[in-house]
Design a protein. Structure first.
Length: 219
C-alpha cells in the first residue's frame, strides 16, 4: 500500500512510519523538520501551507500514482497563549493543516484517512485553542464522512503519549501517577483504525488499553 504520514519525523508519526514500513508499505513522510528519512520518500512540508500540501501530494502521485492511506498526524499543543495570535497558531497547525491536506488529497486518496486528534478533543483542555482545534478535527471527520469522499475517514484520540510534545511536563505527569502511552502503542492503534471498515468514527487509545470506539449520539 502507499501511505502518507504528516509529522512523520518524530513521536507518534515516526512510530507509525516504522510500523507501516515494517509491514511493507511505501510511506511518504511529510514534516517541517528535515529529519524524517524513515520512509520511501520524504517531502519537506509545512502543513500550515495549502501550497505545501499540494506539492506534497503531487510528489506522492508522481512517485507512486495514488494514495491508499493518509494520516494527518502533524500537530502541536501550546504555548498556552490566550490571545488572537495564540488562537491562529493553534488553528493553523492543528485544523487548517488537516483541511488543506484533505483538499490536496481529493481524487488521489481512495482507501483510509486518519486524523490524529486527542482526548483533548473530547474533554476540552486548559490549552484552550488546542482543545478547540482538536474538537474541530473530530467535527471535520464526522462531517466529511457524510459526503461520500471516496475514502474512509476516522479520528484517533490518544491520551498522554510519551513524546517530546510532553517533555516539559513529563516528570510532573509521572509524579502525579499518570500513565503515558508509548508512541508505538498509538501507532498500533492507528494501524487498527486504518484497517477498520467503518467511517466517520472516533476512537480513543490510552496507555495499556486497547483502542476503543467512542460512542456516538445518534440523531
Ligand atoms: N503526545 C501526546 O500526549 C499527544 C496526545 C494526544 C494527541 N497528540 C497528537 O499527536 C500528534 C503527534 O504528536 P506527537 O506527540 O508525536 O508530537 P511530536 O512533537 O513528537 O511530533 C510532531 C511532529 O509534527 C511535526 N510538525 C509540527 N509542526 C509541523 C508543521 N507545521 N508542518 C509539518 N510538520 C510539523 C514535527 O516536526 C514532528 O515531527 C499531534 O497531532 C498531537 O496533537 C499527542
Amino acid at each position: 500500500m502507499i501511505a502518507l504520514v504528516t509529522g512523520g519525523a518524530h513521536g507518534i508519526g515516526a512510530a507509525l512510519v516504522r510500523r507501516l514500513v515494517g509491514r511493507g508499505d511505501d510511506v511518504v513522510v511529510a514534516d517541517i523538520d528535515p529529519d524524517g528519512e524513515g520512509g520511501s520518500l520524504f517531502v519537506r512540508t509545512d502543513v500550515r501551507s495549502y501550497e505545501d500540501n499540494e506539492r506534497l501530494v503531487a510528489a506522492a502521485v508522481e512517485r507512486f500514482g495514488h494514495l491508499d492511506v493518509a494520516v494527518f498526524n502533524a500537530g502541536a499543543a501550546g504555548p498556552r497563549s490566550f490571545s488572537v495570535s495564540g488562537y491562529r497558531d493553534a488553528m493553523r497547525v492543528n485544523l487548517d493543516a488537516v483541511v488543506y491536506g484533505l483538499a490536496a488529497c481529493s481524487g488521489v486518496l481512495s482507501g483510509s484517512a486518519l486524523v490524529m486528534a486527542s482526548i483533548a478533543g473530547l474533554t476540552g483542555s486548559p490549552d484552550v485553542y488546542y482543545g478547540t482545534a482538536k474538537h474541530a478535527q473530530i467535527g471535520l471527520v464526522r462531517s466529511i464522512s457524510q459526503t461520500a469522499p471516496g475514502y474512509r475517514i476516522n479520528a484517533l484520540c490518544p491520551g498522554l503519549v510519551d513524546t517530546r510534545a510532553l517533555a516539559a511536563y513529563r516528570s510532573e505527569l509521572v509524579a502525579a501517577g499518570l500513565a503515558l502511552a508509548s508512541p508505538d502503542e498509538v501507532a498500533a492503534a492507528a494501524e487498527t483504525v486504518l484497517g477498520d471498515r467503518r467511517t466517520g468514527q472516533v476512537w480513543s487509545v490510552q496507555a495499556g488499553r486497547p483502542v476503543e470506539l467512542v460512542p456516538r449520539i445518534r440523531d
